[in-house]
Every structure is written in structure tokens, then in C-alpha cells.
Design a binder for this molecule. Structure first.
Ligand code: ARG
Ligand code: ZN
Length: 885
């Protein structure tokens, strides 16, 4: 059934307090839930409504009596109650061991864990499981002492003690009202890494990171990240931790990245554990940003939460924006005054890459939705790149339009109005407007209402006679499923004009007395607008959408020479990177269209110039010299032909590797990082560029490069270098690759997270010689590897996710074997874990963009999945929309 945003109605009853008691048992956990329910004064008359899913209900009473009238329909229980206040007590029995969905209460390595967002709490007890019901929770946990020495829940520990029969208990009280999706419990054999810190008002708080004992040597970075996040939120937004104790728990089986449960964040181990021997620079960066993200939710999400799930971007878009700003600040600080600007730009480029690779395709396919969707079948399918990443871009535009101070004033007002409430996206944008003497709210809200990636078409006209440059900007948004009319948006377009010498020109718009800054933000609000710059001596080169100032596709006719010019001179690093990406895209698509075409010399020259520009930060060079992602390129190719594109990319890698072999070898020689590993943007940038150099050299089969990769693999003292060298070898025809994979496996055979890298590398491997085994054959072998398990999401994402989403050249093999395998695996996964299955199912949603032959191969597989008896709502929504039902 489809749920509509327009159908939102407040409930007639709310819950004031919840008293939960868990008698934890792996197969039969007994949950007693006493809720004090209160009739809302302003609400229409109606019953108490409770949601229930996969629950065995042992008993239900109202004020100690059997309810007078109880109706049950499709997981919703309605109880008529007299008066304004009643206590409802529900006892349920659940089987955590049998819960393979990892939603609700489940087991992982013998411990008990919960995941309640979005609708997992109803799998634990019957409850008005909606975010607009906020209650105070008291939780008592009772479990076996041996198996579960640690008992945690939200808030403060108020009591603990021993029980007969080798059991014990702990009682927790959360002083803050919260929606049920923020409830959590953990009962397991864990140890804590602790730190005590003072908050800005001088309160001492206890921070804990709980992990299995063997992982204690890899939690320091997560703890540091937490402390940095606390400081940053105090300094940037004046937001302080409101609890005496803040806990993070790492668990190996987890559907998503992490979860912001009040005072008890639960994390996928992947985003907590890091030490030099097992985690790459990217892993360190991800730990820092996910720890920050979840911590920031304490204010943007928990103190002020969402009224209903359509408002998800209210907390997610805002919190992603906050974690992006935090990471940029942290990188800039570590890089020091000289490297700060570049470090920020590199972070911004990372964010843009993610948006283009994941969100643009989503916006162009059957799942396209506004950042605030109007309808859904399964809310878990809407934790999307659109809600998160495009949502963050929308907040960033507000920040750009209002300025840092105006934005901060808006945030202050937001908390002053809405602390402790469940609100909507309109509420947020309205206070932003109120704090900034109003702005065109209605037009800005279209970013929340319209799906699809807007196009901004730019054209410039130079008038030599009067020294003026006229820029015309026109916007349009393509139709998306169910949404054909699109209105003009407010689009901030940051622009610079570059002079013939490569330097930015001071900008002067017609009518202005004098020239000012070299970058400024134009506000595009109409379908088309004209901007006339005057006082110019020669024709400028425009640099548009600097810093990627809006989540749009910029269409601008630039010839090769102009792209090379901007690659060499654009003062905005994002645009310099983008110029390189556009040029590389042009070459890749030309090579894909013509198997006889070769890489143009002018491109190689422009590429070499960037590579050898020692004034440029290595991290930036690594970004600019990496070819655009395959997913993004397929999105730009019509019809999408993954095999042809793969062929083109192989030829480009080989040509750039061979022609520039001496330059790459020089990079490998000069940019080695000496000394002990530290997570630092400067070092990370050098490692990234050396790893990229090895990739090109290995792809081209340059003997000296392969020798360097082998030596580096053998001598590496940290995971970034070891894995970088291994990846280079695997992406080559070197006979050493098999032994290297084996050695890597043997060294890390007992480390689940490192083995995920090993699985992913093989699933994502390109075929560099015709005789090599197809990736699918390898993936099939790995499926039965003893370290693999379909029950562990990380393993599934590493092996199947990488094959389906990051290896299109192999996945879309012409014989259709990949597509049949996809259907087989989606069906197998769906029976255990619908959320994970739905994520894998999404790999084929944009199938109509492919060549007719591929479409013919994919369609029957989509239909096969759709016809599977007992298919989950999760997968049914994705595949149903893909085939157009
Ligand atoms: N709120 C979490 C975060 O963004 C994600 C939880 C997603 N859970 C889900 N079942 N889709 O940090
Ligand atoms: Zn989040």
C-alpha cells in the first residue's frame, strides 16, 4: 500500500511515560511495556492506536483490565478507552535469534542489539510507533551475567544488581522525551574505552566506546572524533551535550552505517574500528565523519525531531550538511594555514563525486523523489542519496544565500521555537526566513517539492566594442515519474571570470560603480536571466557554479582548449577538478563510441601538466587525475553501454599509464611518506597520489611500476599503502596478483573488516586480459568462501554490492549471466533481510537507460523477482517501480 504525505493526521492519544522490562533470552525474550496514555486535548476523538509487527502478544490490558473494545487490522491495533488517562500494559514475546532482518531486537555474535529507525520498535512491543509520539522511557534489562555482562540503554544508569540463576539486571532512565525510533538497548560481552571531558558550561561527562575486547586497540580514533565533534558543535552552533553519559557501541551486523539513539549510538563496526594496520585513510575519514554525524543528530534529529517520515530530510539533510562542514574544518585545521583551502576543496570534491555518482542517477530513474517525498510504499527505501545528499545541498544553498551569520541566527531560532518537538521541513525553512528578514519562502520550498536534477544552461556573448560580457543563464528540470510540471527554482550560481593570463578578473555588473570581488553568487530565480559584466579588456573565460554552488547539471559549450585552460588556471579548485572531469568524460565517451579512437594528445598534455604541477596539493591532484566514476559516466551515455565504456576506460588507463610512465614513476619516487603512519590530510594526499600512480602504471603493464607495486605491497606498514598496492596489482595482467591476494588474505584472515576489502576488490576487478576469469565466476567462488555470509550486511555490500554497483563492465556481461545472478541473489536475500535485498535490487532500477540488448536481458529477471511469492514490500517497491507498475 502507498502512504501519502497529504494523509498525515495527528493521533488522538499520546504517551507520557513508557516503562519497559526485558527478560532477555536468545530465543524467547519477554517484553513488558507499561505506557501511560493520555488523550490529546486538541485532537479529534478516537481510539488508542498501536502498531505491531512480527510479535507474539502474550497479554494486553487497559488499567489492569481486558480492553472493552479492541480491533486489529494489518498490524494496527485500535483500543477504545474511556476517560483521558489510562495505563496500557502489553506483554510480547520475541525471538531475537530468528530475527534476520536486523530491525527490532536481534542477536549478533551472542549479544543483543536493537535498531528501531524507522519502524523497528513495533517489532519489539505494540506502540504508537510514529516520530510525533514523544515519551519518557524507563528501561529495565535482565539477562544472563555470563553471556551479557554489559547491559545498556538510553540515558542514565539508575540501578543494577544480581538476580538468582546467574542473571543480573540494570535499570536506565532517559530524562529526555523521545520518539520510539530513538530507543535502543545493548546486552553483550563488551568492554569500554572511556574518556571524561568537560562541556562548554563546565559539566563533566563520561564518554564510552563499547567494543569486543579484541578490538580495544582500534577505538582511539573514534573517541577522538567524538571529542572533536562535541567541541565543534559547541563552537560553531553553541550546542552542548545534554547528557551526563554518551555511549557508542560497535556491532558487526548492522544494516546501515550507524544510528543516533539518544545517548546510545549504535554503529556498524566499519565506522568505529580503525588502526593503521587495518584501516585506510578513507576509513579514518569515514569514522570521523560518521561519528560526527550521529553525534550531531543529538540536536538535529533528537532534540528537534521529524513529525512524520516524509520529513526525514529535516534531520538527515541538515545533519549531513553539518558533518560535511565539520570534516572540512577538521581537514583544514590539520592541513595548517597553507593547506587549508585545498583541504576544504578536496572534501567538497569528494561530496560532489558522491552526489553525482549516487544521487544524479536516482533523480533520473524510477525512484526519483523530492528531498521531501510525497509518497512511499516502504519508508526504509527512502534513506536515499536524495534525502541525505541532495538534502544537504539544499541546506548548503540556504547557507550560501543567508551567509554564515544569517544561517546561525536561523538555527538559533529553530531551537528556540522547536526544542522538544516533532516538526516539519516547512517549520525549518520558515524560521530560516524569519531570522533573515524574510526571503521568498514559497520559491525556496520548491527544492523540497520537485524531484529531478535541474539543468542550468549557460551561454556567453563577448562584445569587443564596449568591453562587455553578457551571460545568459536558463534553467529547466526534466519531468520525473508522476511529476510533469516543474517550476523555476532559486539557484545560487557562484561565478568568476578568468582573464587571458589565467587570473581572475574583478567583477562589475552593468550599473555598478566599480569592480568588486572576483567570485560572486548570482541568484537565478527565473526561467532565464541575463547578467551583463562590463569594463573588460578582453574576452573572459567563465567559471560557473564555483564550489558546486547548487545541485544542478551545468550545460556550457566549451571546446577542448577551453577545458584545458580551466584545468590549468581556474582559481576555484572544484571547477579546476570539474574541468578535468569534463575533459576526461568527453574523451571516454568518444572512445566508447569508436573502438578505433585513441586518447587525444592534447588531453594527455593537459593531464600531464596537472600531474607535474608541484604547487598543487597531492590530494587535489589525486582527485583531478582519477577518471570519472563509471556510474556517473553511464549516466551521461545514451544509451548506456557498460561494455563499450569499460573498453574505453581500459584504453585510457593504459594510454595515460604508458605515455606518462616516467611522470608517474617520479611521483612514486618523490611522494613516499616516511615515518610512522598518522592520519593526516597531507600524508593521506601523498599516499592517494602514489596509489593512483601505481594504478596507472600497473594498468599499462609498465614493468618498473609493477615492481614498485610488488615492493610496496610487501613492505607496507599500513593498510592504505598495502591495499593501494594490492589494488594496482589486481588491476593488471601481472602474474603476481594471485599470490598477492592470497598473502593479503592470509595476513588478515581473522579480521572481518579487512576481509570485506578483500571481497570487494575481487568483486570489482576489471578484466585486463581476455584470458582472465570473468568477475562473476570469481564472485560465485567467493560466495562459498567460509568467511562469507549472506546474513552479514557488510559482507553482502562488499561482495554483491560491489559487483552489482561498482563493476558494470562485468555485471552487464552480454550473455546475461550477471542479471540472472542478480535475481537469484536478490530473492535469496529477501527471505532473510528485505532492507539489504532492496538495496541490492536497486542496482538495476535504471535499466531502461541501457542498450536494447541489455534491456531484453534484464527485463525477464526483474519480472522473475517481482513474481516471487512472499516478496517483501521493500523489494516489491523498487522492482515494481523499475518495471513501471
Ligand atoms: N538515522 C540513521 C543515520 O542517518 C540511519 C538509520 C537508517 N535506518 C534504516 N532502517 N533505514 O545516521
Ligand atoms: Zn543521519
Amino acid at each position: 500500500p502507498t502512504i501519502q504525505r497529504a494523509d498525515y493526521r495527528p493521533l488522538a492519544w499520546t504517551v507520557e511515560t513508557v516503562d519497559l522490562h526485558f527478560r532477555l533470552d536468545p530465543e524467547a525474550t519477554l517484553v513488558t511495556n507499561r505506557m501511560s496514555c493520555v488523550r490529546k486535548r486538541d485532537a479529534a476523538d478516537g481510539p488508542i492506536r498501536l502498531w505491531s509487527e512480527a510479535l507474539e502478544r502474550v497479554s494486553l490490558s487497559v488499567d489492569g483490565q481486558a480492553p472493552q473494545a479492541l480491533r486489529e487490522d494489518g498490524g494496527v491495533i485500535e483500543i477504545d478507552a474511556a476517560g483521558d488517562r489510562v495505563v496500557v500494559e502489553v506483554v510480547t514475546r520475541v525471538n531475537p535469534r530468528a530475527n534476520t532482518t536486523l530491525s527490532g531486537l536481534y542477536l549478533s555474535n551472542g549479544g543483543f542489539f536493537t535498531q528501531c529507525e524507522a519502524e523497528g520498535f513495533r517489532r519489539i512491543t505494540c506502540f504508537p510507533d510514529r516520530p510525533d509520539v514523544m515519551a519518557r522511557y524507563t528501561v529495565t534489562l535482565e539477562a544472563d551475567r555470563e553471556a551479557c555482562p554489559v547491559l545498556l540503554s538510553n540515558g542514565n544508569l539508575v540501578d543494577a544488581g544480581l538476580l538468582p540463576g546467574g542473571r543480573h539486571y540494570a535499570k536506565w532512565e532517559d530524562p529526555f522525551r523521545k520518539p520510539s525510533y530513538l530507543f535502543a538497548l545493548v546486552a553483550a560481552k563488551l568492554v569500554a574505552f572511556e574518556r571524561k571531558v568537560e562541556t562548554m558550561s563546565g559539566r563533566e561527562v563520561l564518554l564510552q566506546v563499547w567494543v569486543e575486547e579484541g578490538n580495544l586497540d582500534r577505538v582511539e580514533h573514534a573517541m577522538d572524533s567524538l571529542v572533536h565533534s562535541m567541541r565543534w558543535d559547541e563552537e560553531t552552533f553553541g550546542l552542548e551535550l545534554d547528557l551526563d553519559r554518551f555511549m557508542i557501541v560497535a556491532v558487526a551486523d548492522f544494516n546501515m552505517g550507524a544510528m543516533e539513539n539518544k545517548g546510545l549510538n549504535i554503529f556498524n563496526t566499519k565506522f568505529i574500528l580503525a588502526k593503521p594496520d587495518t584501516a585506510t585513510d578513507l576509513d579514518y575519514e569515514n569514522v570521523e565523519s560518521v561519528v560526527a554525524h550521529e553525534y550531531f543528530h543529538n540536536w538535529t534529529g533528537n532534540r528537534v525531531t521529524c513529525r512524520d517520515w516524509f520529513q526525514l530530510t529535516l534531520k538527515e539533510g541538515l545533519t549531513v550538511f553539518r558533518d560535511q562542514q565539520f570534516s572540512a574544518d577538521m581537514l583544514a585545521r590539520a592541513a595548517g594555514p597553507e593547506g587549508a583551502a585545498s583541504a576544504r576543496a578536496v572534501k567538497r570534491i569528494d561530496d560532489v563525486r558522491v552526489l553525482r555518482a549516487a544521487q544524479f542517477p536516482e533523480d533520473g530513474g524510477p525512484m526519483a523523489h523530492p528531498i521531501r517525498p510525497d509518497s512511499y510504499q516502504e519508508i526504509n527505501n527512502f534513506y536515499t542519496a536524495t534525502v541525505y545528499e541532495k538534502g544537504a545541498e539544499v541546506i548548503r544553498m540556504l547557507h550560501t544565500l543567508l551567509g554564515q551569520e544569517g544561517f546561525r541566527n536561523g538555527m538559533d531560532l529553530y531551537f528556540s521555537y522547536f526544542d522538544g518537538q516533532a516538526v516539519t521541513c516547512d517549520d525549518f525553512v520558515e524560521v530560516m526566513s524569519e531570522a533573515n528578514n524574510g526571503f521568498d519562502l514559497d520559491q525556496f520550498m520548491r527544492w523540497y517539492e520537485q524531484a529531478g536534477t535541474p539543468r542550468v544552461k549557460a551561454s556567453g556573448e563577448w562584445n569587443a566594442a564596449d568591453g562587455s560580457y553578457t551571460l545568459t543563464l536558463a534553467q529547466s528540470t526534466p519531468a520525473t515519474p508522476g511529476q510533469h510540471v516543474k517550476l523555476p527554482l532559486v539557484i545560487p550560481v557562484a561565478l568568476g571570470l578568468i582573464g587571458a593570463d589565467g587570473r581572475d578578473l574583478p567583477l562589475r555588473l552593468e550599473g555598478e560603480a566599480q569592480a568588486g570581488a572576483t567570485t560572486r553568487v548570482l541568484k537565478l530565480t527565473e526561467e532565464a536571466q541575463v547578467f551583463r559584466f562590463v569594463g573588460l579588456a578582453a574576452e573572459p573565460v567563465p567559471s560557473l557554479l564555483r564550489g558546486f554552488s547548487a545541485p544542478v547539471i551545468l550545460e556550457l559549450d566549451e571546446d577542448d582548449a577551453r577545458l584545458a585552460f580551466r584545468m590549468a588556471h581556474d582559481a576555484d579548485p572544484c571547477n579546476r577538478w570539474d574541468a578535468a572531469q569534463r575533459y576526461a568524460e568527453r574523451v571516454a565517451l568518444a572512445l566508447a563510441a569508436d573502438p578505433a579512437a585513441t586518447v587525444p594528445e592534447a588531453f594527455v598534455r593537459a593531464f600531464r601538466a596537472l600531474l607535474n604541477d608541484a604547487a598543487l596539493d597531492p590530494a587535489f591532484r589525486a582527485q583531478a587525475l582519477a577518471l570519472p566514476g563509471e556510474a556517473y559516466l553511464l549516466e551521461r551515455m545514451s544509451p548506456a553501454d557498460p561494455a563499450a565504456l569499460r573498453g574505453a576506460l581500459v584504453r585510457m588507463m593504459r594510454a595515460l599509464g604508458a605515455t606518462l610512465a616516467a611522470d608517474w614513476l617520479e611521483v612514486v619516487e618523490r611522494l613516499q611518506v616516511a615515518g610512522e603512519y598518522r592520519y593526516h590530510p597531507g600524508d593521506a594526499g601523498r599516499r592517494a597520489l602514489v596509489n593512483l600512480a601505481l594504478r596507472y602504471l600497473a594498468a599499462a603493464g609498465v614493468a618498473e611500476g609493477l615492481a614498485r607495486a610488488e615492493a610496496r605491497f610487501a613492505a607496507a606498514t599500513n593498510m592504505t599503502e598495502r591495499f593501494g598496492a594490492l589494488a594496482a596489482l589486481v588491476h593488471s595482467t601481472s602474474p603476481a596478483r594471485t599470490a598477492a591476494l592470497q598473502a593479503f588474505h592470509d595476513r588478515h584472515r581473522d579480521d572481518a573488516l579487512v576481509l570485506d576489502k578483500w571481497f570487494a576488490l575481487q568483486a570489482g576487478a576489471w578484466r585486463w586480459d581476455e584470458a582472465a576469469e570473468p568477475a562473476l565466476a570469481r564472485v560465485r567462488v567467493l560466495l562459498s568462501d567460509p568467511a562469507f555470509s549472506l546474513s552479514n550486511p557488510n559482507k553482502v555490500y562488499a561482495l554483491l554490492g560491489t559487483f552489482f554497483r561498482a563493476n558494470p563492465g562485468e555485471f552487464h556481461a552480454a550473455d546475461g549471466s550477471g542479471h540472472a545472478f542478480w535475481a537469484e541473489q536478490v530473492i535469496a536475500l529477501d527471505a532473510r533481510n528485505p532492507q539489504v535485498a532492496a538495496r541490492m535490487a536497486r542496482a538495476l532500477e535504471n535499466w531502461r537507460r541501457f542498450t536494447p540488448a541489455l534491456q531484453a536481458s534484464i527485463r525477464p529477471q526483474l519480472e522473475r523477482v517481482l513474481a516471487t511469492p512472499g516478496l517483501s514490500a521493500d523489494v516489491a517497491e523498487i522492482v515494481g517501480k523499475a518495471v513501471g507498475e
